[in-house]
Structures are given as C-alpha cells and as structure tokens.
Ligand binder design. Structure first.
Ligand code: PEP
Length: 254
C-alpha cells in the first residue's frame, strides 16, 4: 500500500518563538493511532531543523524535512547547505524543485536532477516538486510540461532509486493564491503522472509512488482532494502555519 502523506512547507516563515509554538502543538498531537501508511513531513527553515528533530524526531509517523539542499557535495559555496549536512543532523527528507526555487533561484531541471541524486546518496527522501504555470494551463499543454520536468529530473534514476522519491504536483497558479485545483483537475494530472511513470518504469512501480497535491490545500478542501484515487496526500504551505488546521489536514489522509 503506497504512503499517504501530509507535508508541511513553512517556507520562509516563523521566528524562533513562533517555530517553537508550532512545533510544540504538533508534538502534542497524538499520532499513535496514525496507520503505518500515513506519514507527516514537516519542512522547516534551516535554522529550525535541529529543533524540529528535538520536538518531532521520535514521533510516530513524523519526518522532518529541509526545503532545499545544494547540488554539490561540499566546498566553496558560501551560504549553501549540503545534503550531507542535512543527513548528519538526521533530517529525513528534502524538498527539491519547489516552484519558488525554480522561479526565484533559476533552478533548472538539470540542476534538480543533481539535487535528487545527492539527496538519495545521503539517504534523504527527495520530495520532488513539479507543476505548470498559469499560461501553460491556459494553453492546455500542462501534460507535456510536467512530463518534461519528470523526464529531465527523474528518469535517469534506477527503479530502486525512484522508489525512494515522493512526487508533489503543484500547479503554480494554485500556490499561495487561494485558487485550488478542483478535485477532478488534481486527479486528472496525478493519473497522468502515474501513467507516465508506468511507461518508463512499469505499472507495478508506478503504483507504489506517492504523488502529493500542492496548491492552497486547506482543512476545508483536503478531504475532497485526498479521496481522489491518485492523490496520495498534500504539500501544504500557508495552512501548515496553523497547527490546528494542519492537524485537520493530517486527519483527512485517506
Ligand atoms: C507550497 O508551499 O508548496 C504550497 C502549496 O503553498 P500553499 O499551500 O500556500 O498554496
């Protein structure tokens, strides 16, 4: 049974005090009854990673993630953070290719392929983000656009490596805009992604990959989205900054 995942992305938000308050509320949530195929990933800014591990590291079903890592192993890259550094502090996962990284930091599909590799080499679960801008959706070429992102950043992986990857489909027009993809739009793209993976790696493997939806997921729409057959949970930005709402989203995993 493939994993159903609620992933928080705090982005560049929260002071230390706010981070402590959010983490302690998540720590208080009784996760002992989460089934084994339900997981929670909490992606926090770099300065709070060790704190997040302290609060959530031993919590059933919880994983802590970074929001980025560099594509080189070490060296003279002032200001960057390596995958090895993340794994050395027991971080579990890392977001790769969030649309904000692609847009504001010019991260190409090729660079993201390197980041996926280095994350896997360091035993971090890559949460690989893909998704189209509004202009592509309006031209109805979103399938080709997402297929290219998958091909150029993931298809060099062996089947064993791909099995370690979580995919997050995040239509850019739905991120932080309050405009969510409809349940049907999400399902349609997730089924397309799974079919593409099946063409490349076979249906059996494609059936095992978790594909999360991201883009204005809230407590009020998560049940509808997560109940779609190919939607395996969500990557949640804004709503994950409210512990009660994020817990509601966790509880709507199907
Ligand atoms: C995100 O940060 O990946 C995201 C989907 O943000 P939001 O939920 O705020 O749209």
């Amino acid at each position: 049974m493939r994993l159903q995942i609620a992933a928080a992305n705090w982005k560049m938000n929260a002071t230390l005090e706010e981070a402590k308050s959010l983490l302690s509320k998540l720590a208080e949530f009784d996760s002992s009854t989460l089934p084994n195929h339900h997981k929670v990933i909490v992606s926090v800014p770099f300065p709070y990673l060790m704190l997040a591990k302290e609060y959530l590291g031993k919590k059933h079903g919880f994983m802590v993630a970074a929001q980025n890592c560099y594509n080189q192993p070490k060296g003279a890259f002032t200001g960057e953070v390596s995958a090895l550094m993340l794994s050395s502090i027991n971080v579990d996962a890392v977001l790769i290719g969030h649309s904000e990284r692609r847009e504001y930091f010019s991260e190409s599909n090729e660079m993201l392929a390197q980041k996926v590799n280095i994350a896997l080499e360091n035993e971090l679960t890559p949460v690989f983000c893909c998704g189209e801008p509004l202009s592509i959706r309006e031209a109805n070429t979103q399938n080709e656009y997402v297929a290219k992102q998958l091909k150029e950043s993931l298809y060099h992986l062996s089947p064993e490596q791909l099995m370690q990857v979580v995919i997050a489909y995040e239509p850019i027009w739905a991120i932080g805009t309050g405009r969510t993809a409809s349940d049907e739009q999400a399902q349609e793209m997730h089924a397309f992604i799974r079919a593409e993976l099946a063409k490349q790696y076979g249906q059996e493997l494609a059936n095992e990959i978790s594909i999360l939806y991201g883009g204005s997921v809230k407590g009020s729409n998560s049940i509808g989205l997560f109940s779609q057959p190919d939607v395996d949970g969500g990557l949640v930005g804004g709503a994950s900054l409210n512990a009660d709402e994020f817990i509601q989203i966790i509880q709507s995993l199907s």
